[in-house]
Design a binder for this molecule. Structure first.
Ligand code: AMP
Length: 269
């Protein structure tokens, strides 16, 4: 689903559904687009296509929320998390500047050492597509998130996207700041640490935002782009949803845990 007003993007979403669930899913997308906090769209496009290959089934990243005091503090913590995921200060700084400019439909793809960019079209960026979540995992996720007071379609969508990205070959980390002026929680996600929410990463009312994916192996950029855009992936299991935690507490909790690595559970049969 894509909704816009004039040339401005209002909202977009996608999922992978069984045939009998396609109709209700489309109605739900229309409802979401019409009630978006960015206002009513004047054009709404729906597209349906058959998934041609068996989706990979993956586990969602574990969710954490960091205690943050405001944009400067949240960004400092994002930079620490990126650095611990192997992203250089130079590459992280470049990503923050790209996100501050906003205006992309997809994500910037940067190598984690130098911040060199790999998107074929830098204005558009790379879109993570062909992704969804099973009904069972969606139910468990809704329950786990509502116990922590964060059950919102936005969190679920972003977690599915970040889980697909983190399961990609050669991904070190992702940085996201929403471009919705009303939504000020961003995140850093990585295969090593999970999905870490960063409240107050931008000032309310600011239209800046975007995504950056950091690549460990620059030679793998082509494979990564085709995985992100074309390989169907479904989240079939969730991981724990944690409490609000300090960065210090977060690193302490991870000190004695092994990095999760990538978990492809099985091909769907
Ligand atoms: P949102 O979280 O929907 O507010 O999106 C924030 C930013 O992330 C957008 O401005 C885009 O730059 C980027 N983005 C949104 N959807 C995708 C996607 N499917 N793949 C890659 N980047 C995306």
């Amino acid at each position: 689903m894509r909704a816009q007003r004039g040339r401005a993007h209002i909202s977009g979403a996608e999922g992978i559904f069984e045939e009998k669930d396609v109709g209700p899913a489309l109605l739900a997308y229309i409802g979401r687009a019409m009630r978006h906090s960015k206002g009513k769209p004047d054009a709404l496009r729906l597209g349906v296509e058959l998934v041609q290959s068996q989706p990979l089934i993956i586990r969602a990243l574990p969710v954490w929320t960091l205690r943050t005091r405001g944009p400067a503090d949240a960004r400092r913590k994002a930079a620490r998390l990126l650095s611990s995921s192997g992203v250089s200060g130079k590459a992280a700084g470049k990503a923050f500047r790209i996100l501050a400019n906003g205006g992309m439909r997809g994500a910037a793809l940067l190598d984690r050492a130098e911040g060199k960019r790999f998107e074929p079209d830098k204005k558009r960026g790379v879109r993570a597509s062909m992704l969804g979540i099973s009904k069972g995992a969606m139910r468990s996720l809704g329950l786990a998130l509502s116990q922590k007071n964060m059950d919102h379609p936005r969190v679920k969508d972003a977690l599915v996207l970040a889980s697909k990205v983190a399961a990609a070959p050669g991904i070190a980390a992702e940085l996201c700041i929403s471009d919705d002026p009303d939504y000020t929680t961003g995140y850093v996600a990585s295969p090593a640490f999970g999905y870490i929410r960063l409240p107050r990463i931008k000032k309310k009312g600011s239209p800046e935002g975007g995504r950056a994916f950091f690549l460990g192996d620059a030679a793998a950029a082509g494979d990564l782009i085709s995985y992100l855009e074309e390989t169907p992936v479904i989240v079939g299991k969730i991981s724990p949803v944690g409490d609000i935690i300090t960065l210090h507490g977060f690193f302490q909790a991870h000190d004695h845990r092994k990095p999760r690595g990538k978990k492809i559970l099985r091909k769907k049969d």
